[in-house]
Structure formats: C-alpha cells, structure tokens
Design a protein around this ligand. Structure first.
Ligand code: TTP
Ligand code: MG
Length: 354
C-alpha cells in the first residue's frame, strides 16, 4: 500500500472561539460557554479560563470557584453549526475526502492531491491560514501517514499549531508516546497497562503482540499496531441524509391508478409525519414517486420542486400522472419521497455514492 497523507484539523476552543470572534468584549476575559446558572455544565472555555483549570463538562459552579472572574455565555449551536459548515466547505475545496468527526474536527485524505506541490504540510498551512482569514478563528492541524497519528499531531502544538509526523519519523515519535494518547485508551485501559509496567508505546512494543492479545483481545492487537505507528483505517466520507421517503406494499394489488390516487393522500400524510421527525428544517429540492407493478417491474420519477415545506397529495398527483402510462395495470407498491437540497457538501462528493 502506498504511503498515505492524512491531515487532521481541530478548531481551538471552538464554541468559545466563535463567541470571541462575534463579541470583542469577550476576547480578553476568561470565558466559558454554557454552565451559567446553578445547574449547567461548561461545554468549552477559552485558553484564559483553562489556565485556571476550567474544563469541558465541568459544572459551572465549580468553574466559577476555580476562576472567580469567569464570564459565561449560553451555547448557541445553530450559530456554531454555520461556522462549522463554512470551515468544512473550505476543507472540501481541497479534497472530497473529508470525514467530519464533530462540528469542529475532521480528517482529510490528501494522498492524491497535487496542489501545493503535493505537500500535505503546505496544504495544512494553507487551510489554517484560510480559515483564520475567512472564518476568523484558529484551527490546529496534524499531518501524518494515518488517522491516529494525525489526530495526536493536531493536539501536539495546540492552540494555533501545526505538527507534522513524517513517515521516517514515525518510529521515533511513537517510541516515547504515552499510551494515554492512543485511540481507545481511557483511564481503565491505561491503569491496566500501567500495572503491566507499560507507560509508552515503546513499552507496548516490547510487551509483544501475544501478551497484548491474551490480555485485551482484539483491542490488544490494535494497541500493538498503534504502538508501531500503524493504522489502516480509511478516511470515510460520511453519507448525509439526502432524502426521506415512505412506501407501501399492498397485500392485494391495486387494480389501477385511480386506486393509487386514493392511497396517495394517506402516504403523503405518513411522509409528513416522517419529515417532521427527520428533517423538516432541511430545504426540499425534489419530490419523487415510485411504483412497482404486479410483475415486479419498478419505475421512479423525480421532479425539482423547491419551496415546499409540507408536500401534499396534490403535489404528487402530477408525478403519478406523468409516470403512469397504462392506467389499468395492477400496482403492487407505491412510494413517495423528497430529496433535500444539499448545502453541506459539493455535488462531487455525492458522486462517490450515486
Ligand atoms: P473539542 O475540540 O474537544 O474542544 P475545543 O475545540 O473547545 O478545545 P480545543 O482547543 O482543546 O480543541 O470540542 C469541540 C467543541 O465541542 C467544543 O468547543 C464544545 C463542544 N464540547 C462539548 O459540548 N462538551 C464537551 O465535553 C467537549 C469536550 C466539547
Ligand atoms: Mg477543538
């Protein structure tokens, strides 16, 4: 397998960074997002607040005890989501192979990108600069031959940092790497490893695969692989919900299209129920209809229909009329659906699946 080039980017104190960007009075004070009042917990805080020991998931009361001057603001996820979309958009201009892990974090596989002289380091530098200039917040980046090292690398020089683990540096880098840094190693596993005298990946290597598999099963093998800096997990471009649909198979074939029209209304009602649960906020781009005849031949038709919020029976009737050429043919299944406008991802990304 040829050497891969993976970039991991992670925004610095993301929610807090957005708040500081949008309100200059918050820039020079210790700031927590969430945790106001007596009950809430801090979602994140800026680096000034971290100097006092404030952390994510800490009750607000404890955070204020540690940092009496702490300013708190309420969380505003819709706003962070917009910023996130803008950042992901910049990443996707470089490559389609972007795997977001959360609003503020993503892996990119740039192995085949020839821009920036094909240098992943230059690409990461470029992404950091663009996000800073166009979005107004800082991101940290890690560059490495695989995901787990790239993720560790992005954290290495945080905040506003870039760290590169070159293929030839992997051995040296992992040798002294603390096992706590490994993916999937929490307090429990770390304690077990410490009990075996293991502190670093070098110690893990020395312990050997057999002992690790014996003690930790499948995870033991993964630990052994990571201890050598190996991780073959691909960057996965996640599939976004692109459509919502309902369909119904009839226990007795509907004799003709007239009969179909009578069930169309109840199908439309079902569809709206699903939509209200699954994606009323997403803008509809197309309506589609599906029909399967008694001989199992299946036909679909879709038409662009924007600016519809609750697609109704009347909206689907023209599609049915257009699709059906023989109104007397018995129908076994009828389905309706909507496709959403895809604001999050470029069309090229969808090609991977379509
Ligand atoms: P992180 O990337 O873990 O943290 P961060 O971006 O705030 O800070 P860092 O500079 O260390 O990367 O999480 C991203 C966002 O997710 C964070 O801004 C707020 C949210 N979040 C929570 O809501 N609860 C949590 O417990 C954590 C860890 C994060
Ligand atoms: Mg972050």
């Amino acid at each position: 397998m040829p050497q891969r080039k993976i970039i991991h980017v992670d925004c610095d104190c993301f929610y807090a960074a957005v708040e500081m960007r949008d309100d200059p009075t918050l820039r020079d004070v210790p700031l927590a997002v969430g945790g106001e009042g007596s009950r809430g917990v801090v979602t994140t805080c800026n680096y000034k607040a971290r100097a006092f020991g404030v952390r994510s998931a800490m009750p607000g009361s404890e955070a204020r005890r540690l940092c009496p001057g702490l300013v708190t603001v309420p969380t505003d996820i819709p706003r962070y989501r917009l910023v996130s979309q803008q950042i992901m958009g910049i990443l996707r201009e470089l490559t389609d192979l972007v795997e977001p892990l959360s609003l503020d974090e993503a892996f990119l596989d740039v192995s085949d990108i020839t821009d920036h002289r094909g240098s992943a380091t230059l690409m990461a530098r470029y992404l950091r600069e663009r996000v800073k200039k166009e979005v107004g917040i800082t991101i940290s980046a890690g560059v490495a031959p695989n995901k787990f090292l790239a993720k560790i690398a992005s954290d290495w020089e945080k905040p506003d940092g870039l760290f590169v683990v070159k293929p030839e540096d992997v051995d040296g880098f992992v040798r002294d790497l603390k096992v706590e840094k490994l993916f999937g190693v929490g307090q429990v596993t770390a304690a077990k490893l410490h009990a075996l005298g293991v502190q670093t990946c070098g110690d893990l290597q020395a312990l050997g695969a057999n002992v690790l598999i014996e003690r930790f099963g499948k995870q033991g093998y993964r630990l052994y692989e990571m201890a050598h800096g190996r991780d073959e997990r691909p960057v996965v471009v996640s599939r976004i919900a692109k459509s919502v649909s309902v369909e119904r198979t009839f226990s007795q074939d509907l004799p003709d299209t007239a009969a179909c029209e009578t069930v169309l209304a109840s199908l439309a009602a079902d569809l709206n129920l699903r939509l209200s649960r699954k994606g009323r906020e997403k803008p509809i781009h197309k309506l589609f209809i599906k029909i399967r005849y008694s001989d199992f031949s299946t036909h679909t038709l879709e038409r662009v229909r924007e600016n519809i919020r609750e697609p109704a029976f009347e909206d689907y009737l023209p599609l049915l009329t257009e699709l059906v050429t023989n109104r007397e043919r018995p129908v076994r299944l009828l389905g309706l659906g909507v496709r959403f406008r895809n604001d999050d991802a470029p069309v090229t990304q969808l090609r991977l699946f379509d």
